[in-house]
Design a protein around this ligand. Structure first.
Ligand code: HEM
Ligand SMILES: *[C@@H]1O[C@H](CO)[C@@H](O)[C@H](O)[C@H]1NC(C)=O
Ligand SMILES: *[C@@H]1O[C@H](CO)[C@@H](O)[C@H](O)[C@H]1NC(C)=O
Ligand SMILES: *[C@@H]1O[C@H](CO)[C@@H](O)[C@H](O)[C@H]1NC(C)=O
Ligand SMILES: *[C@@H]1O[C@H](CO)[C@@H](O)[C@H](O)[C@H]1NC(C)=O
Ligand SMILES: *[C@@H]1O[C@H](CO)[C@@H](O)[C@H](O)[C@H]1NC(C)=O
Ligand SMILES: CC(=O)N[C@H]1CO[C@H](CO)[C@@H](O)[C@@H]1O
Length: 348
């Protein structure tokens, strides 16, 4: 065997036994980010966030899904710059007219602001809101049973909130087919494996009727299992019933590979989910994740690292917000008062 082949085999074999933590560290990272960004300025940032979220999710595991999705919306619209958090952002809390806004959980924003307050209380105003969201999303995965991984840090917070157009253009609708999903993700240098792995985040969380009733009325989407459809019709007797359902019927609150088993049984909730199994370009990837959770976890970590570094602001760009919901310039008075208040009781 030629030396290069031998080397390749050794590298390939060692990759097989790498843990997700190592898989993360093996990925290239964006200029300006670092694996140890807060090692001096806020060495406990990760434990502050993890410890707090353990308690938050123990009270309501659904919040983990809300936070994971928040990170996705942040990164896809104008980069992982915390813009989704700004009041007035089209995907954020107070914009009433952007379509994709309607289902980000209001509580997710409150949780991030609470984490920010705890971190800044210990370390000062040195950790960005966008880094807090990225770490919280990782913890949402870990604390519901998914893979652990390191998050490169050093993102700074953007100064501009996302417009409605940018929000609609960059996010994918649940009605999208695989062609649309792959095209929208390709723009962000995410390939088919990334697309399937990231969609696997739908292994936790809920969706509102309006996100999938186009597959029930007036006729059942033939790629949907009949019994599954009947049950969904009971949950959503009309297309706009204000109700929700779990996205992964097998293990709704556990981050595992059952979502892919759902797809193989024609029990995917959205068109964007189920079509990944219908479409020949992604079907094999779905199957491989359904039969091998380790593989799914590995690919998911890689895809999350890519997504988590989309158009990040580093160095002197952007700012470290004192309040995740507002730019500092709009927040001068508040930032100087609130940080001196000392320990506060929290609603969680
Ligand atoms: C392929 C593109 C995607 C589409 C079309 C999509 C669409 C949606 C929709 C429509 C909902 C439900 C909203 C509702 O009705 O309440 C949802 C929920 C969710 N999505 Fe996605 N999503 C996509 C990718 C992602 C990615 C990349 C992640 C994270 C890595 C993610 C994580 C979640 C989570 C965790 C929930 C549950 C939220 C909750 O329970 O509050 N999604 N998604
Ligand atoms: C937003 O999109 C709509 C329709 O695609 C377009 O007419 C409008 O000019 C856009 N607005 C901005 C500010 O880009
Ligand atoms: C996917 O959706 C797009 C946009 O709606 C449509 O133009 C295209 O024909 C669809 N592709 C398939 C294979 O159904
Ligand atoms: C849907 O129901 C929830 C909980 O009952 C309620 O808080 C919310 O305002 C309702 N939304 C709409 C659009 O009616
Ligand atoms: C599952 O995937 C992992 C990670 O790629 C791999 O090491 C393992 O050999 C796979 N297991 C099977 C049974 O194929
Ligand atoms: C943060 O900013 C938002 C938006 O300006 C404001 O409504 C809120 O009161 C501020 N929160 C704190 C704790 O200052
Ligand atoms: C929380 C929030 O602002 N929701 C709004 C999102 O947009 C829809 C219209 O598309 C409004 O009806 C919601 O009130």
């Amino acid at each position: 065997m030629a030396l290069s082949t031998k080397l390749f085999t050794v590298v390939a074999l060692s990759l097989l036994i790498l843990s997700p933590l190592d898989v993360a560290k093996a990925q290239p990272i964006a200029a300006g980010l670092s694996w140890s960004f807060y090692a001096r300025s806020c060495p406990n940032v990760e434990s502050i966030i993890r410890n707090r979220l353990e308690r938050v999710f123990r009270d309501d595991v659904g919040q983990a899904a809300g936070i994971l999705r928040l990170h996705f919306h942040d990164c896809f619209v104008q980069g992982c710059d915390g813009s989704v958090l700004l009041d007035g952002s089209s995907s954020g809390p107070s914009e009433k007219s952007a379509v994709p806004n309607l289902t980000l959980r209001a509580q997710a924003f409150t949780i991030i602001n609470d984490l920010r307050r705890r971190v800044h209380r210990e370390c000062g105003q040195v950790v960005s809101c966008s880094d807090i969201v990225a770490l919280a999303a990782r913890d949402a995965v870990v604390l519901t049973g998914g893979p652990n991984y390191n998050v490169p840090l050093g993102r700074r917070d953007g100064l501009n909130f996302a417009t409605q157009n940018a929000t609609i253009d960059n996010l994918v609708a649940p009605f999208a087919n695989t062609t649309t999903v792959l095209n929208k993700l390709a723009v962000k240098n995410l390939d088919a494996t990334d697309a399937v792995a990231l969609s696997g985040a739908h292994t936790i969380g809920i969706a509102h009727c309006s996100s999938f009733t186009d597959r029930l009325y007036p006729n059942r989407d033939p790629t949907m299992d009949q019994t599954f459809a009947n049950n969904l019709r009971t949950t959503c007797p009309t297309p706009n019933t204000n109700a929700t359902t779990n996205m992964d019927i097998r293990s709704p609150n556990i981050f595992d590979n059952r979502y892919f088993v759902d797809l193989m049984n024609r029990q995917g909730l959205f068109t964007s989910d189920q079509d990944l199994y219908t479409d020949s370009r992604t079907r094999g990837i779905v199957t491989s994740f359904a039969i091998n959770q380790t593989l799914f976890f590995e690919r998911f970590v890689i895809a999350m690292l890519k997504m988590g570094q989309l158009n990040v602001l580093t160095g002197n760009r952007g700012e470290i917000r004192a309040n995740c919901s507002a730019r500092n310039i709009n927040n001068l008075f508040i930032s100087s008062v609130v940080e001196d208040e000392g320990p506060q009781t929290s609603q969680f």
